[in-house]
Design a protein around this ligand. Structure first.
Ligand SMILES: [Fe+2]
Ligand SMILES: [Fe+2]
Length: 394
């Protein structure tokens, strides 16, 4: 029923009421409800779906607020970056191509021996995570849609812009390393993976942040924590599966995500101090929309449900689950002290009640979905990334 809303003419004015129709709580931790229809539209038309969204919802006074926070950002956000010469690089974890050929080959052979026993489902999840990282141009673009904090020149010295560029530069290593590692493993269909990356960057993303940095930073706080959880779990599974180097790689990426999460959390924390109602309304708004995963428009040229199928495998392996979604929200409620925020308007208090009451509602919905899933037959699909091998979704 929800999906059909996107095939009919949207209402001429997008009101919060209309939004709630299409952004009810879903039982999937990854998707706002219409993803299947979005993916189908993307697959058929090869363009991103144009949802009717609010744009530029930040008032001019609040744009000024972000200007006034620049020196705060310089001393509280920028220090969370690492100097380049102290950062790890993909080459620290990969076979050394400067070695004599036989020694280099030995390192590649060792990598292949370590990855030989990892299950195909594990690769599906790692590939999906890697592809998500590889669509980094989209995320830098998304952050630069935000009024008051965007990089106005491409080399702006505003601390907001300096953060975004340096964050992008740090993130850029994640996809590079995972992609090279997967390539050397020989276990995966690189051609289909590369096509998926191209499709995904071409499709973009639509997180519903309305050019509004309040919404944007709530989104990135949640999202960085989600990737921290996900990479942490792929690290654990690599270790259990016999590849300690891959475990170290995923763990190292997870610790970057944690540092980035801290930066975005600090920003929202500051917004809640200087503008409690504005901060609270933004958190409630993003949670009503649901946090859409950044790769929600993923497509490989074959499977119109690729993102959902990848998400189902991630859920089955425990890499990123509906429980994680509720856990992240609970963590943020606690970290931002949302139950204790004072000085709210009536609307702000309503938003507070909504957000603080949400985790148990999500868990209850998930329990019901789990019950239903138990009664369903096991389901498998073919993943092009794994040479069309059929793998279990549930
Ligand atoms: Fe990342
Ligand atoms: Fe990240």
């Amino acid at each position: 029923m929800q999906a059909s809303l996107f095939f009919t003419k949207p209402p001429s004015k997008w009101t919060p009421h209309h939004r709630s129709l299409t952004h009810n709580l879903s039982t999937s931790p990854f998707s706002i409800l219409p993803i299947r229809s979005q993916t189908i539209i993307a697959a058929v038309s090869a363009t991103s779906p144009q949802l009717l969204r609010h744009q530029h919802s930040l008032s001019p006074e609040k744009v000024e607020l972000f200007k006034s926070l620049e020196s705060w950002a310089a001393s509280n956000v920028l220090p969370l970056l690492k100097p380049v010469d102290q950062c790890w690089q993909p080459q620290h974890f990969l076979p050394d191509p400067t070695l004599p050929t036989l020694d280099f080959n030995d390192q590649v052979k060792a990598l292949r021996a370590r990855t030989a026993e990892l299950p195909d489902e594990y690769f599906v999840v790692l590939i999906g995570d890697m592809i998500t990282e590889e669509a980094l141009p989209t995320y830098e673009t998304m952050i630069n849609t935000l009024d008051g904090v965007r990089d106005e020149t491409g080399a702006s010295q505003s601390p907001w812009a300096m953060w975004t560029r340096a964050w992008t530069a740090e993130e850029n290593r994640h996809g590079d390393l995972l992609k090279t590692y997967l390539y050397l493993s020989g276990r995966v269909d690189m051609l289909m993976i590369e096509r998926t990356i191209q499709y995904l960057i071409k499709a973009g993303m639509d997180p519903g942040t309305e050019n509004n940095p309040y919404l944007g930073f709530v989104y990135t706080s949640f999202q960085e924590r989600a990737t921290f959880v996900s990479h942490g779990n792929t690290a654990r599974l690599a270790k259990e599966g016999g590849d300690p180097i891959l475990a170290r790689i995923c763990g190292t990426i997870a610790s970057d995500e944690k540092r980035h999460e801290n930066a975005y959390i600090r920003i929202v924390e500051k917004l809640l101090q200087v503008d409690p109602t504005g901060g609270m309304l933004a958190i409630a708004d993003m949670m009503r929309k649901k946090i859409t995963m950044p790769a929600h428009l993923m497509y490989d040229g074959q499977d119109p449900h690729l993102f959902e199928n990848f998400s189902a495998v991630a859920q089955r392996l425990g890499v990123y689950t509906a429980d994680d979604y509720a856990d992240i929200l609970e963590f943020l409620i606690e970290r931002w002290g949302l139950e204790k925020v004072e000085g709210l308007t009536g609307e702000g208090r309503d938003a507070q009640d909504f957000v603080c009451g949400l985790p148990p509602r999500i868990r209850k919905l998930q329990e019901r979905a789990d019950e239903r899933a138990k009664k369903m037959k096991p389901q498998s699909v073919k993943f092009s990334w794994m040479f069309n091998k059929e793998l279990r979704l549930r």
